[in-house]
Design a binder for this molecule. Structure first.
Ligand SMILES: C[S@@+](CC[C@H](N)C(=O)[O-])C[C@H]1O[C@@H](n2cnc3c(N)ncnc32)[C@H](O)[C@@H]1O
Length: 265
């Protein structure tokens, strides 16, 4: 089995200086000043610069939350077709009429056979391997992964877990376990009396996943390259000290994935 190669995501110096400068001005005007639970500053910059340099025609975000990252996406590619997914759009604070918002899971949407240059941005805290498989099937050219951590206590199974052959045991706090049990009981009672359920709420709370060699083989065939990001810590510390300081994980665990096209014929 060939090894998936990693590379730094390089932007020509002239463009990078421009992106940093534009980002600095845009960041000041961001719609949500304190976006707790959303991407911190360096993560937003990496996302912004990836979109500006790749210039995709179709951009899909899964995990929109209040709408802050989608605002940066729109700023980076005002002419692209942008779709934003979240299972709970009532959280949305920033909304644009240039973005199509969809309440639900991307796996149930018909994105098959995307023809134009496309990127999927994943910040929905769902199993990244299942998402990468869906991305191959849908025909995305790139996938941008946020929170691709190999920590055993992470919130969801990631590409890093798979590459390091880690079994993932979703660590829930006691309060969360009781909530999951309550949901399970509710669904069972519902099943007995109404006979039909959607289990996605339960599934999104039980995220355990075992290492499977087949998943590694699948991704080995479809991942062309994994890109890492240089962390611009010095620049951000100097220019945005307060925002930088408040975020411990700033700029960590992001990757851009280039996918091979899935041949359906
Ligand atoms: C970390 S937040 C996203 C933060 C946002 N990208 C930002 O930077 O501001 C994760 C979001 O994923 C959403 N989510 C959870 N499960 C999802 C699913 N299956 N599909 C899409 N979104 C989902 C949650 O409702 C939550 O709003």
């Amino acid at each position: 089995m060939k090894k998936i190669t990693k590379k730094n995501f390089l932007i020509p110096a002239k463009d990078k200086a421009k992106y940093l400068n534009d980002f600095k001005n845009i960041y000041k005007k961001r719609p949500i000043q304190k976006n707790i639970g959303g991407m911190p500053i360096i993560n937003l910059f990496n996302l912004y610069s990836v979109i500006r340099s790749l210039k995709p025609k179709i951009i899909v975000e899964s995990g929109t939350f209040k709408g802050q990252s989608s605002w940066f996406i729109l700023k980076a590619a005002p002419k692209a077709k942008i779709y934003c997914f979240d299972i709970d759009l009532t959280q949305l604070i920033y909304k644009s009429n240039k973005i199509k918002y969809i309440e639900g899971d991307i796996k149930n949407y018909n994105f098959y056979n995307i023809k134009e240059k496309s990127i999927l941005i994943l910040d929905d805290h769902q199993n990244q391997i299942e998402r990468l498989k869906q991305s191959v099937l849908f025909g995305f050219d790139y996938v941008f992964l946020d929170d691709n951590s190999d920590n055993k206590n992470h919130d969801f199974y990631t590409l890093q877990h798979l590459l390091k052959k880690i079994n993932f045991n979703h660590n829930q706090k006691i309060k969360s376990i009781f909530k999951t049990m309550y949901i399970f009981l509710f669904l069972m009672v519902n099943k007995i009396f109404k006979n039909s359920n959607s289990y996605s709420l339960l599934k999104s709370r039980l995220k355990d996943f075992k290492f499977k060699k087949n998943n590694l083989e699948f991704l080995n065939s479809y991942i062309v390259k994994i890109y890492d990001f240089h962390i611009h810590k010095y620049y951000f510390k100097k220019k945005f000290y307060a925002d930088f300081k408040s975020e411990k994980k700033n700029g960590k665990y992001q990757n851009l994935i280039k996918l091979k096209k899935f041949n359906k014929n």
